[in-house]
Design a binder for this molecule. Structure first.
Ligand code: ADP
Ligand code: MG
Length: 251
């Protein structure tokens, strides 16, 4: 289980003010919120890429905000991370990208690593593209390669940062289906952050909305349509009118 407890983070200005959230074993939690509300910041805390100003982040009972060095590496190995911009190494082939974690962290032989890379690429529907370079791929393929890399080390958890943003609706749906497959086949616990409501409805067991640095609502996909929360209603229907006001002067 992953648990955020009174997590607080400022960058000069407050971003996460008081985040409390529990993600249960085996569920897919989708965190929704506007651009710039702190979704990526939230995810980065889980694998220690950012440290909070205050609060704790418990993973199976251990506060990861206090870990560093090898203890933090051990935690990171249990996570797959699909970054917003895929974050592939352009100078490496697709196969090397997918196998990079295995090369560094595992005791597998080269042939075993190649086999695992093949298997992961097959799972995301990209057979036989090991030798291509990231620059030769479309945005959707890059996401899928990023996903293959995220699952290569058999993680217990996958963190998805805007998995469908920037993709056409059909490719977005392919990615959503893959996220559902990962959950089913690998019994994985996931957190996805997104502002894509089509994706949120499709992949989530529960949805949490972040606004003003706090989780202001949490519930199931079935509950969100009748949340009775005006902030949630405005966001999920994409209305300009409502309690969430655009601050047009700020980026
Ligand atoms: N490393 C950083 N240094 C300074 N400000 C940051 C940093 N990371 C994020 N921020 C700021 O925190 C806010 C939330 O960012 P982010 O989590 O990326 O938003 P989003 O919800 O779109 O993912 C933004 O205003 C961003 O500029
Ligand atoms: Mg982001």
């Amino acid at each position: 289980m992953i648990e955020f407890i009174h997590l607080k983070k400022s960058f000069g200005k407050p971003v996460l003010v008081d985040v409390n959230l529990q993600v249960e074993h085996g569920e897919t939690m989708v965190v929704i919120g506007r651009s710039g509300c702190g979704k990526s910041v939230l995810l980065k805390h889980i694998i220690g890429l950012l440290k909070p100003d205050e609060g704790a982040l418990m993973i199976d009972g251990q506060d990861v905000t206090r870990l560093k060095g090898t203890a933090l590496d051990e935690i990171r190995k249990r996570f797959g991370f699909l970054f917003q911009a895929s974050a592939l190494y352009d100078s490496m082939t697709v196969g090397e990208n997918v196998g990079a974690g295995l090369m560094i962290h595992s005791v597998k032989t080269e042939e075993e690593i190649n086999e695992r890379v093949r298997e992961c690429l097959r799972m995301v529907g990209l057979k036989g593209i090991e030798e291509l370079k990231p620059a030769e791929l479309s945005g959707g393929m890059r996401k899928r390669v990023g996903l293959a890399r995220a699952i290569a080390m058999n993680p217990e958890y996958i963190l998805y940062d805007e998995p469908t943003t920037g993709l056409d609706p059909i490719m977005a749906d392919i990615i959503n289906d893959l996220i559902l497959d990962m959950k089913k086949e690998l019994a994985i616990t996931s957190i996805a952050v997104t502002h894509d409501m089509v994706s949120a409805y499709k992949i989530a067991d529960r949805i949490a909305m972040i606004f003003g640095g706090k989780i202001i609502w949490i519930g199931t996909v079935d509950e969100i349509d009748n949340s009775g929360n005006p902030y949630v209603d405005q966001f999920i229907h994409g209305r300009a009118e409502g309690p969430i006001q655009m601050d047009l002067l700020k980026p």
